[in-house]
Design a protein around this ligand. Structure first.
Ligand code: NAP
Length: 322
């Protein structure tokens, strides 16, 4: 079958190990199902895989891609949940120490077909296109869990989203607005601040600027460059929910005095459960909120999409169609 896969790793030139070609049809283990891929979305995770981060040499060649929407064996339109937990695991899949993401241990979604455990498909409503649905399983699910599960935010609360141009950050702004929150967003770039306001941010600020009021929660994916500002922006008892550290993880000051004196909470967040993916799909269905898509390409042109992401010049997702 047609597939986009990693054949080798390179730290300096990740695209050198990318192949757009053919791979054998997948074998289907007991309890798993085949989904015919209609659209698949690209993540930074796929570039990291080509650099050899999170993927072992023995696993090569590996079909890339965590995110997809398609048609299951019974003809239903579905979205794929990318977190694969151990068959013996029950409860929150993200807490399974043996969990992996599609394309780490099991072949990924950039292909004609992908094979997943039967429990890893979620119905796709007609209101969402395959391209829109394909954007949800990684960055959007991460944003959903940060806001509404780990952050426990409810309508009327005020949230600060750091680094407004990022893939997770744009999802955070859109979902927070759809969920009835007051949204502040920061970005270093004026154009990105403008786009953030169009997405639903109530007020936008330069990175590290003073805010009009302290917030109930901060959504962090930037790390070192914004950490101190995040801590200082919280009301007493407020929460920082962190799912990434794009600018570095070694902060100059953890601001520990503020953390205990103001009784702040620092909460980690990674991906989300199948049930949370279903709730995210429902939220988009009901509210009309939609993922921001920078470009849609036929999967044969996947290399162009990888190059665009590697250059960093994107606002929203890159989607491949079959
Ligand atoms: N835990 C999970 O499940 C999960 C899932 C998905 C992603 N992640 C992680 O989350 C992080 C963000 O991912 P992403 O795909 O959203 O990344 P991204 O699209 O590259 O965006 C990161 C944003 O960080 C801001 N930024 C970067 N360097 C900065 C600096 N020096 N100073 C201030 N701001 C800076 C930028 O915002 P501005 O240019 O607007 O200032 C940029 O748009 C990554 O570390 C990724 O690995 C985690």
């Amino acid at each position: 079958m047609f597939a986009v896969y990693a054949e080798s790793f390179s730290t300096d030139d990740p695209l050198s190990g990318l192949v757009v070609g053919e791979r054998p049809d997948p074998e289907v283990p007991d309890g798993w199902t085949t989904v015919t891929v209609k659209a698949a979305a690209l993540n930074h995770h796929d570039i990291w895989s080509l650099r050899g981060v999170g993927l072992r040499e023995e696993a090569l060649p590996m079909i890339l891609g965590c995110d997809a929407a398609g048609i299951d064996e019974d003809g239903n339109e579905v979205v794929i949940h990318a977190v694969i937990s151990d068959p013996s695991w029950t409860g929150d899949e993200t807490l399974d120490p043996k969990r992996s993401l599609l394309s780490e241990r099991h072949q990924g979604t950039f292909a004609d077909k992908v094979v997943v455990p039967k429990g890893n498909v979620v119905p796709k409503p007609e209101s969402l296109s395959f391209e829109e649905a394909a954007c949800l399983p990684t960055a959007w699910l991460t944003a959903y869990r940060m806001l509404f599960v780990q952050g426990g935010l409810k309508p009327g609360d005020t949230v600060l989203v750091q680094g407004a141009g990022g893939g997770v950050a744009t999802a955070l702004i859109t979902l927070a607005h759809a969920g009835g929150l007051r949204v502040y967003a920061t970005s270093r770039d004026e154009q990105k601040r403008k786009r953030a306001a169009e997405l639903g941010a109530d007020e936008v600020f330069e990175s590290n600027a003073r805010l009009p009021q302290r917030v109930d929660a901060v959504m962090e994916t930037v790390g070192k460059a914004t950490w101190s500002h995040s801590v200082k922006s919280l009301r007493p008892g407020g929460k920082i929910v962190i799912s990434g550290t794009t600018s570095g993880a070694d902060v100059d000051s953890a601001e520990l005095t503020r953390v205990f004196f103001l009784q702040l909470q620092v909460i980690g967040s990674t991906m989300g459960t199948r049930t949370e993916l279903a709730s995210l799909v429902n939220l988009l269905d009901v509210t009309g909120a939609r993922p921001v898509i920078d470009q849609v390409l036929p999967m044969e042109k996947a290399r162009d999409g990888f190059a665009a992401m590697a250059s960093g010049d994107l606002f929203g997702k890159v989607v491949f169609t079959r």
